[in-house]
Write a protein that binds this ligand. Structure first.
Ligand code: GLA
Length: 373
């Protein structure tokens, strides 16, 4: 499980508590119609608000008004589309939206999910009993292991008790930040927090800076490309958070960028990170190159290529130069550079490459291929 970062859709960012079975079915259809499943987006995940109460024998009850056919029927439908099905619960008495949580009911809930043929659990951290998450999350992990079904475990503990230190042996991904919002400053601040933890990600366990806002309207086209590029390079889970039944061509162009997705899903699984900034050069301070207005991020790929992002955080267009050596390439090799947003080879370079007129809040997302002569 979690050999590569998970990809799919989650209801929360766009729909919040306003979810129902029709939305889930329509979204499953939209994923398949847009061909997103073929690109790897296979999980259809319901977030908070599908549950209402417990029966006398403690079994979780699905909201009969919004999910009248029940979860097994919905899981069957999602599976019939070739997708996988995910649910949400909480390591507390109540979920963040006040629905029943799983604390104390881990075994019975995990068995119920397995009965419904659920493939994925996002597990939140609200309304707990004041014991640390390091204690509460393994109880559900064990219950899932005992459930008789293989269920992806996505831990949503918001980075509060440094999950990157302990969560790898518990789940397949762990949130490293509080919630994303659909605006550039918030998205960028989560990217920066998550970046620092790059050494902790790898096959089997991923840093999760929260789900995608691409397509929700609060950022520009350039900003959404930046958001998606950073999430791809950082090996973050790619969980679509917009209304896919109404997605624009621009939104699908971003979410459907195969070359960017290939970076995210690369088998080496090394999280890309900042290797240079105009403020800090290439020198690490406390294990991290300090932030700047202009930054170069890089990460190696299984092929020996390197994925690179030239990031312009300033409010004006800028030229940004990457030194190949900073990016982990050998300084004297000839390097072929390809642009992952224009899908064009730019040319061959030695020592450095300069991206010209990168828009404010924008990126150039590149693949650098060393040519051994
Ligand atoms: C928390 C999580 C969010 C979402 C909501 C649901 O805030 O961090 O991702 O799941 O709860 O209530």
């Amino acid at each position: 499980m979690g050999v590569k970062p998970q990809m799919g859709f989650n209801t929360w960012n766009k729909f919040g508590c306003n979810i129902n079975e029709k939305l889930a079915r329509d979204t499953a259809e939209a994923i398949v119609e847009a061909g997103l499943d073929k690109l790897g987006y296979v999980y259809l995940n319901l977030d908070d608000c599908w549950q209402v109460s417990r029966t006398n024998d403690s079994k979780i009850v699905v909201d009969p008004n919004t999910f009248p056919s029940g979860m097994k029927a919905l899981a069957d439908y999602v599976h019939s589309k070739g997708l996988l099905f995910g649910l949400y619960s909480d390591a507390g008495f109540y979920t963040c939206a006040g629905r029943p949580g799983s604390l104390g009911y881990e075994e019975i809930d995990a068995k119920t999910y397995a009965e419904w043929e659920v493939d994925y659990l996002k597990y939140d951290n609200c309304n707990d009993d004041k014991t640390p998450p390091e204690h509460r999350y393994p109880i559900m992990a064990k219950a899932l292991q005992n459930s008789g079904r293989s269920i992806f475990f996505s831990m949503c503990e918001w980075g509060v008790n440094t999950p990157s230190d302990w969560a790898r042996s518990v789940g397949n991904s762990w949130r490293t930040t509080y919630d994303i919002l659909d605006n550039y400053p918030r998205m960028m601040s989560l990217a920066q927090e998550n970046e620092k933890l790059w050494r902790r990600a790898g096959p089997g366990g991923w840093n999760d800076p929260d789900m995608l806002e691409v397509g929700n309207g609060g950022m520009t086209f350039e900003e959404y490309k930046t958001h998606f590029s950073l999430w791809c390079l950082m090996k973050a889970p790619l969980l679509i958070g917009c209304d896919l039944t109404k997605a624009s061509a621009e939104t699908l162009e971003i979410l459907g960028n195969k070359e960017a997705i290939a970076v995210n899903q690369d088998a080496l699984g090394v999280q890309g990170h900042r290797v240079w900034s105009d403020k800090g050069g290439n020198k690490e301070v406390d294990g991290d190159v300090p932030e700047g207005d202009f930054e170069v991020w890089a990460g190696p790929l299984m092929s020996g290529q390197v994925a690179v992002i030239l990031l312009n955080k300033s409010d004006k267009p800028a030229d940004i130069t990457a030194s190949f050596q900073d990016c982990g390439l050998r300084p004297n090799d000839k390097v072929e550079v390809r642009d992952l947003w224009t899908h064009k080879d730019i040319g061959s370079f030695t020592t450095t490459y300069t991206g010209k007129s990168i828009p404010s809040h924008g990126v150039q997302f590149l693949i650098c291929t060393p040519v051994f002569e």
